[in-house]
Design a protein around this ligand. Structure first.
Ligand SMILES: [Fe+2]
Ligand SMILES: [Fe+2]
Length: 475
């Protein structure tokens, strides 16, 4: 079951050849996907051979095989984690019942919506990142970008498989629409706002893969608990790929900071103008990028109170992060949870039924996890002996979804007037000048082992290859 059949047109471990109708439908979707990749995938990359890993098995050990391939020839396919015959629903109203191998009629619309929303983010990020290859700070980084891009393409396949197999005609139409919406397109945008934002430079890319791919991790973890077993199994395998995306983000920011503090020590200065003249990204600018990406990403978890979230949980469609490790009754009927609200120009905590606050529960779990990396970044600064601390902004800062969206709140959690916000926002979020400066540093470095001036080399290469390995052959 865990072996992957690569002899078929669509690599898979779901015995696709036994379901001719489905196989044919997916084989018809495949050229549309390739067309989308050609149009919206990494710009100018067609001739390059990229040192990519490809899934060869879904076993925790040895699932990946590395080699130079053209991205267009990447073996995108359908890979599910092995099933467990005995698996039971372990939360919500159906707790204790057997998990579903098919979609129950009454949950069809909600499940489809969940799958489409997840599926829509996958090609969206490829579109957001399509220009970045032109300004990669090294061959190593270029390869990592492309690895993420092909895997997000595979995540799209994972969702499209579910739509085709379990949702009939509606599912096929939704699968087509996933290739028709485009990030930032005015007439036909991606579903979630963060996926319509630009990823204009590599600092944004690293922040995106640290913060926003981590949102992906938490959504996938919640779906991996689902009573709909095929969704649980496919998201479990997606999570193993997601780990690398977050590594690229965390180490990318870390290397950026490393280079900055090295230059700060060389020049013995924390003067922003001097550091910019030396071509590195000053720490206050990095803080503003964190503030931006953190706040935009936590909006992705949705409104703090949501009856949909309650329905998704109670009906077994979407669990909590690490549902199985929690000590409560997993039904949550009488439980409450604290959410934030603004009252008389002050942030207050408000107790609400936990079922309605499950978006907030997931957001809070996410926040704990994402703060971990910020602490690791601080260690780089500390080690260099520089008195500066990066922080996550307050959860209420710069929110555009939920009950806080109408208020102006500072990174340290003070409610302020619109005037004060306008006067100070340049200290809190990247300014046009910051973005223009970071943009001015971007230029393509293509020589093996060479790195742009603003970023330190990684400690190690990919798959035990040296840092100066030819990760991308430009041909
Ligand atoms: Fe993904
Ligand atoms: Fe990802």
């Amino acid at each position: 079951m865990s072996g992957i059949n690569y002899s078929e047109k669509i690599p898979n471990n779901v015995n696709l050849s036994e379901d001719r109708t489905l196989q044919r439908a997916l084989e018809q979707w495949q050229p549309n996907f390739i067309n989308w990749w050609d149009d919206m995938g990494p710009e100018g990359s067609t001739d390059m051979d990229v040192y990519l890993r490809t899934a060869v098995s879904v076993d925790p050990q040895g699932w990946a095989q590395f080699g130079h391939v053209k991205m267009r020839d990447y073996r995108w396919g359908v890979f599910l984690n092995p099933g467990d015959q005995e698996r039971q629903i372990h939360f919500g109203d159906h707790k204790g019942e057997k998990v579903w191998q098919d979609v129950p009629g009454e949950h069809r619309a909600n499940l489809r919506r969940i799958i489409v929303t997840q599926g829509d983010t996958e090609p969206a990020s490829v579109e957001q990142q399509r220009h970045l290859g032109l300004t990669a700070p090294s061959m190593y980084d270029l390869r990592n970008l492309f690895q993420i891009n092909v895997e997000e393409g595979r995540h799209l396949w994972a969702m499209v498989y579910l739509l085709h197999k379990y949702f009939g005609r509606d599912g096929r139409e939704e699968a087509d629409a996933l290739l028709q919406r485009n990030s930032g397109n005015e007439d036909n945008p991606r579903i979630l706002q963060a996926f319509n934002e630009k990823t204009p430079d590599w600092l944004s890319f690293f922040m995106f893969t640290y913060f926003t791919d981590r949102d992906g991790k938490f959504q996938l973890c919640a779906l991996a608990e689902s009573a709909f077993d095929p969704l649980a199994r496919t998201t479990k395998f997606m999570l193993t790929e997601e780990a690398h995306h977050m590594f690229v983000g965390e180490s990318g920011v870390s290397r950026t900071i490393q280079r900055t503090v090295d230059v700060m020590n060389q020049l013995k200065t924390d003067d922003v103008a001097k550091l910019r003249a030396a071509g590195v990204i000053d720490l206050p600018t990095i803080q503003r990028y964190i503030n931006f990406h953190f706040s935009v990403t936590i909006d992705l978890f949705g409104a703090d109170e949501s009856s949909n979230a309650a329905t998704f949980y109670s009906s077994g469609l979407k669990g909590r992060y690490e549902e199985g490790k929690r000590a409560d009754d997993h039904v949550l009927k009488g439980n409450t949870y604290k959410i934030l609200a603004v009252e008389n120009d002050k942030l207050i905590e408000k107790e609400v039924p936990m079922l309605n606050a499950l978006n907030e529960v997931l957001r809070d779990d996410y926040i704990v996890d994402s703060k971990g990396g910020i602490e690791r970044w601080n260690r780089v600064i500390e080690k260099a002996g520089i008195p500066f601390k990066l922080t996550a902004p307050h959860k209420a800062f710069h929110r555009n979804i939920g009950s806080l969206s109408g208020s102006k709140i500072t990174p340290d959690g003070r409610v302020v007037t619109a005037e004060e916000w306008m006067a100070k926002v340049g200290e809190w979020l990247p300014t046009n000048e910051d973005r223009a400066y970071v943009g001015s540093l971007m230029g393509r470095v293509t020589e093996p082992g060479k790195f742009a001036n603003w970023i330190a080399p990684p400690v190690m290469g990919i798959n035990r290859q040296p840092v100066d390995f030819d990760y991308v052959r430009f041909n």
